[in-house]
Design a protein around this ligand. Structure first.
Ligand code: HEM
Length: 270
């Protein structure tokens, strides 16, 4: 399987152009395979989780509706989701054969995604509980327990704070590859005519542009897998309580107590 597309420069030397679009097919089918595997595994094999002993009674002061996402956080999420879907459609539909004027819609959505990400970084750093989404040394115990469970063992998985380990891993991947696709996308705007950045093809040598295009393409195809799996989890019946929270902002007290450790995600904290 070819991983890259190559060409020749004016001196006849082989240069990198971009990734091979076979990787798009691989990323798509990897997402579908993951869904099938997970759906079957969840029904036939996944051992029941033991969350340890339940607290004798719920701690005092927990409201019936526990705020999970503020209005600003929800707005960020949905604008980002819309721009991501537009970027995927405008980036990949022409590659799979649906020709249309994609480029302007693409870079404008790209700038919207970038502005959203910058807004989110400031909002999360100063107005949200910044550390709640990052993998910390304390998460290693959960990683070991989850791996054992994946291997079929019955484990006691303590309740987590606001975000469990798998959410933190997903967020890490989206952050890293989101920044990569945005930084390379910004550079690629120098190769096209836009009213925002003056064209400057000469900034890099052709081979270096090939590296930029390859990084953009690699992060872009990864987002195909990441988006497919994200939507799958969002519409799974057992996860709908979280999806509803991204629409309405809150989770019920019973869902909060069933999934979260009140010591680790203190209600009333942001
Ligand atoms: C996950 C999000 C994104 C996806 C899936 C995506 C996908 C793609 C794909 C498949 C291409 C064709 C690349 C090629 O021909 O080698 C492309 C080109 C391009 N992308 Fe993105 N992209 C994303 C984000 C962005 C962002 C954030 C920006 C701008 C800030 C951007 C700006 C561009 C530009 C300017 C081109 C055209 C370069 C050219 O034709 O010379 N993209 N994108």
């Amino acid at each position: 399987m070819e991983l890259f597309q190559t060409g020749t420069d004016p001196w006849g030397q082989e240069i990198l152009i971009r990734i091979s679009w076979t990787l798009l097919t691989v990323a798509f089918w990897a997402g579908i395979a993951f869904i099938l595997f997970h759906a079957i595994y969840a029904v036939v094999w996944k051992p029941k989780v033991d969350h340890g002993s339940e607290p004798a009674k719920a701690p005092a002061g927990i409201p019936d509706k526990v705020v999970r996402h503020t209005g600003a956080a929800r707005m960020f999420h949905w604008v980002m989701a819309a721009s991501m879907l537009v970027l995927l459609a405008t980036g990949f539909l022409p590659i799979v054969g649906l020709e249309f004027a994609w480029l302007n819609i693409h870079w404008i959505s790209g700038l919207i995604l970038l502005l959203c990400s910058l807004y989110h970084i400031v909002h999360a750093s100063f107005f949200l509980d910044f550390w709640s989404i990052w993998i910390l040394p304390a998460d290693l115990g959960e990683a070991v327990q989850r791996t054992k469970r994946q291997l079929g063992q019955q484990v006691t998985l303590g309740k987590h704070g606001k975000y469990p380990l798998d959410h933190k891993l997903y967020h890490l991947a989206v952050s890293v590859f989101g920044l990569l696709v945005s930084a390379t996308g910004l550079l690629m705007m120098l190769r096209i005519d836009t009213p925002i950045i003056p064209r400057n093809d000469q900034l890099f040598a052709e081979g270096t542009w090939g590296v930029v295009y390859s990084l953009h393409g690699f992060a872009a195809v990864l987002f195909v897998t990441l988006t497919i799996t994200h939507i799958y989890f969002a519409i799974r019946p057992d996860k709908l309580w979280m999806t509803k929270a991204m629409i309405f902002g809150w989770v019920s007290k019973s869902d909060y107590l069933a999934h979260h450790d009140p010591e680790k995600w203190k209600v009333g904290s942001k």
